[in-house]
Design a protein around this ligand. Structure first.
Ligand code: ZN
Length: 326
């Protein structure tokens, strides 16, 4: 017993040492907390909103991990808001907050311009209170596991699991559908069957005065072709030609990423797409292989269109594979 008492006495904590340990733990927890908040801010990104006109808002979010950022277009419709694209799942609530701040109305309809998760990742969050609308091909793709994005390089393929029912479109269409008739023009969804994907929707608001392009166009950068899911470089060109024909000089175009464009910007972009496709196809007709076309490049006048998402060699590869599939 005496021995036990002596041992207990030896283990009695020194209050000064205990306070020091507590202080160190508190400091460590504080540092971890600050780092967690910084990491959360970096991951969640920053969201900004800009009115393009009465009742129409562009919401842009970007983060250190996705500096290109994503755009949503919010249109006030009656007592609710039609939202084109949800952005990434961890950005959706920020987008909705920006919309609510401006319009003080709930999002009642979501249009997915296509299936990619940076456009439809918030579907399951918004599907509880809003109608989810997309092309029929988007729904059929989301219902099953599928591959993306279809280049041949290492690490270029990803497999996507089937979406839960909560994230699937409630309402689909085939070629063209009016979503609302407003006093200043209709809001119309038009399907482009073979462009960025096989299920691209372009939304024409106010009779085509404001147009949501999805990812058919990447302003200032080569476009992206989801070859695994029905995309085509030539189809992108055909889609842009149709979009130009349906609009005029007063139209504003909001792509899924980067800054809005004017009609003249879109026309110049169309010419870049046309010229670069023709360059690659001409060489293919002469029997030049893909690697040789990539080594030669498209010329310095197109160098500025190379981006981290679609470098020049990738755009050439996308044109090459699209032409082979045509
Ligand atoms: Zn996309």
């Amino acid at each position: 017993m005496a021995l036990a008492t002596a041992m207990v006495g030896e283990n009695k904590p020194d209050p000064k040492r205990r306070n020091k340990i507590i202080r160190r733990v508190m400091i460590s927890l504080g540092i971890i907390g600050v780092l967690a908040i910084i990491a959360m801010i970096l991951v969640r990104g920053t969201t900004t909103a800009r009115l393009l006109g009465d009742g129409i808002l562009v919401v842009h979010t970007s983060s250190i991990f996705f500096p290109e950022g994503s755009n949503s277009l919010a249109i006030r419709v009656g007592a609710g808001v039609l939202l084109v694209d949800t952005q990434l799942p961890n950005w959706t609530s920020k987008v909705v907050d920006a919309v609510t701040r401006e319009f003080n109305r709930p999002v009642t309809m979501v249009v997915n311009t296509h299936w990619h998760t940076d456009h439809s990742g918030g579907n399951s969050q918004l599907g509880k209170s809003a109608i989810l609308f997309a092309h029929a091909n988007v729904k059929s793709l989301m219902e099953r596991p599928h591959e993306a994005f279809g280049l041949t390089g290492p690490g270029s393929h990803h497999t996507y699991a089937a979406r839960s029912n909560a994230g699937l479109p409630d309402r689909t269409y085939e070629s063209e559908e009016n979503l609302a008739i407003l006093s200043d023009g209709a809001i119309t969804a038009v399907h482009y069957p073979k462009a960025h994907t096989d299920g691209d929707t372009v939304v024409y608001a106010f009779g085509g005065k404001v147009v949501a392009l999805g990812d058919i166009v990447w302003p200032g950068a080569f476009p992206f072709v989801d070859l695994h899911n029905g995309g085509s470089a030539q189809g992108i060109l055909q889609a842009i030609d149709d979009i130009l024909a349906r609009t005029d000089d007063s139209s504003i175009f909001v792509a899924g990423h980067r800054q809005p464009m004017s009609h003249a910007d879109l026309l110049a972009y169309r010419d870049m797409v046309d010229a670069t496709i023709n360059q690659v196809k001409r060489q293919m007709d002469e029997g030049v292989d893909l690697v040789s076309i990539q080594s030669k490049g498209l010329g310095h006048q197109y160098a500025e269109y190379g981006s981290d998402v679609v470098p020049e060699a990738t755009w050439i590869e996308m044109i090459y594979h699209s032409a082979q599939a045509d």
